[in-house]
Design a protein around this ligand. Sequence first.
Ligand code: ADP
Ligand code: ASP
Ligand code: MG
Length: 920
Amino acid sequence: MALCAASISHNNTSRILSSSKSNTFYQKKISASPHFSLLSLTPPLPSLSRSGFGSHWRRREPCSLHGHVSCSVKAVLLDESKEKLLLPKGDTWSVHKFGGTCVGSSERIQNVAQVIVQDSSEGKLVVVSAMSKVTDMMYDLINKAQARDDSYVSAVDAVFEKHKLTAMDLLDGDDLASFLSRLHHDINNLKAMLRAIYIAGHATESFSDFIVGHGELWSAQMLSYVVRKNGLDCEWMDTREVLIVNPSGSNQVDPDFAESEKRLEEWFSRHPSKTIVATGFIASTQQNIPTTLKRDGSDFSAAIMGSLLRARQVTIWTDVDGVYSADPRKVSEAVILRTLSYQEAWEMSYFGANVLHPRTIMPVMRYDIPIMIRNVFNLSAPGTMICRPAENEDGQKLESSVRGFATIDNVALVNVEGTGMAGVPGTASAIFGAVKDVGANVIVISQASSEHSVCFAVPEKEVAAVAEALKSRFSEALNAGRLSQVAIIPNCSILAAVGQKMASTYGVSATLFNALAKANINVRAIAQGCSEYNVTVVIKREDCIRALRAVHSRFYLSKTTIAMGIIGPGLIGATLLDQLRDQAAVLKEDFNIDLRVMGITGSRTMLLNDVGIDLSRWKELVKDKGEVADLEKFRQHVHENHFFPNTVLVDCTADSNVASCYHDWLRRGIHVITPNKKANSGPLDQYLKLRALQRQSYTHYFYEATVGAGLPIISTLRGLLETGDKIQRIEGIFSGTLSYIFNNFKGMRAFSNVVEEAKQAGYTEPDPRDDLSGTDVARKVIILARESGLKLDLSDIPVQNLVPEPLRACASAEEFMQQLPQFDNEMARARQEAEDAGDVLRYVGVVDAVSREGRVELRRYKKDHPFAQLSGSDNIIAFTTTRYKEQPLIVRGPGAGAQVTAGGIFSDILRLASYLGAPS
Ligand code: ADP
Ligand code: ASP
Ligand code: MG
């Protein structure tokens, strides 16, 4: 073991020894253990290098190739047989681990060296990963060679080039020459090994582990040179000399702490440095065969080192500010967790938060060593501290119950089902025995208490073998019908909610499942650890990100964050946007409702944004950043391309094409809110389909503003019906325009004159015939009739058209207005007749629930009737019901205009928020 290390650093050793005399950090003791055992190793690999893996395993190689290496080793061995430096353990040490991205380029390696220099700890052990992507490149070399793909040669050259260029940027003089010569050497060895793999068409595990670990060897050496250049004495450690592990099956290894500690002490006695740069990821077996801690294992290396040194702290440096409440690549609103308990961190990493390797926790937990997760690119961020949880005075945990969420993709569910399983001891053991035999890793297990089925998740790539093993293990039970099936459900993901004692806090699971239900996500299986640190659900893979966002926002954002898409920014839509702009902050602050307008689309242009459009300048943004409108793309953007679980599309158009999309939107879990009457007054079968869908799902469809603008008409009607009242009749003045016209058609005024006045005042459609025809009122009648349970179509409603027959064909509104006075007499006569009887004329819509019909007509009302008392453009609606029989229930107020209509839509949006759980 001493061979290589000595050869690389014996010069430094003497320097450090002399420089450290003056402090107590190093103590000397007489060595009791000469290193002869290493000299008797059998070389497992035909290595040639002195700096790479091979150098340590070539004890029986003739020393002709590396005569000087052997010589220097002898010298050190002689030295060490006399005295040995005692490794000081404890708080003086801080351990750092720098991930691949931290050392991804020469600049970054420089930066890391600075961080190391700036740490004022007395002893520093720095574990380093391979430069980013290098481990992948190394695995790729093996795959290529095994597949006899000649391009492995150029791929090795690329690895060489990458490290050569990095070293040339960082080093110079002797340092550069010596690093490059080692690199060269290693690469030549690798080429030889890969050639052997190429010929054999196969690589053994130890061959592979030997090859892939080179990334760490190179990065550690380069970094140690740079740290030294920055003025700090430093040694590099090939951790295969120190970390001893035992394979434990399922592609895992278990550290042998006692042996590793012994070897660390020995290593230190030969390299008594205050700053050590150690390779992450790699280790050796008891037999000194190179191995690795498996993918992403450098975190584990650092934790083991931390525990061997009883360090004060282990800092894992990476490219994010700490552990987030969910993978920040998937949930942009994830928040940094300032502290996590060891168990929480373990659960998060086990369930896929790859910011930390799951096995990192155990070694440090033994000695209560905190782990800090820090961002090397943002030193100002304090990071996440993983430690024993703090308790407040009452002994209660300070943190909230759910801390974070993580997901594992590419899993499959296996469901073993059958009545013959109940009460039969050993079934579960037989199932999992069979699974173990094929080496598959069971991620979660769920068993119904009836014992009717056992269901568990395994990595997708292992499921075929598992199914095969189970079918053969249980073939008898399957044939006999005691087991009905071994079913595989592919394409699943696991979503875990993690938090100290979360499962024992009331309502947490309910909230979790509620959030999933509201996002229309079907839960395939559920598991809750008895440790109560996690609740795990298995869902369809395609739902995974949506589920993650849904649950995350439910616990972390406002309960009711709603992504909105506004369709039709005309008069009403624009007014709604203004109202939203003015009210958004209050809603968020006081009611925990977070409304985000993710898109605005007109018929020609649309504006999309990923986090929410700035409503104070949306018009400007539409002009500057608008793109060609495309309703499908718009829908996708608002619903899928964001991090919020609830989506609502608000249709402020009067377009039947837009209305025809509601069904599809609702089916996709998108809530719909609209003042557009087209869907509810369109073809009956489509309406019924829409309502049926609305009732089956948790998706909401609100349309209060279709009748009477902001007046509570639909909601009043619903309230009556839902509380068991029976509607007999709904009668009302539903058109603000016609209300205005007949409220002012009095005295001697000509009808055409009042219409003209209404038009001038902006109360009519551009062509007043659209109001006078009564179709709009008929649509409202249909909406109310259908809401009351009548199955009527527009064609079933007789409508009195106030546009004189001859004028219906007029080509323009102007022509119509010009000719209208010719018909004033007719209207004047009707008014006179009413007047003579003490009545007034009102244009009303009627739903007669008893005779199951509706109509729209000009009617006469006594002057003291509420309908005769109206002013301006007010609407009035009278509900006659079983409860409100003598005196109808009357709703009255302004029933038209952009402000009140937008207000009606807005209150539907808030109703949606409260249905989704906003506080009242
Ligand atoms: P390193 O190379 O430094 O070991 P990794 O890629 O292994 O880095 O881990 C860091 C990455 O983990 C982050 O860039 C982030 O994208 C991802 N990640 C996944 N889940 C989380 C989480 N909950 N918190 C922080 N990062 C996470
Ligand atoms: N370089 C190794 C890997 O990529 C180990 C690590 O970086 O943690 O798997
Ligand atoms: Mg990592």
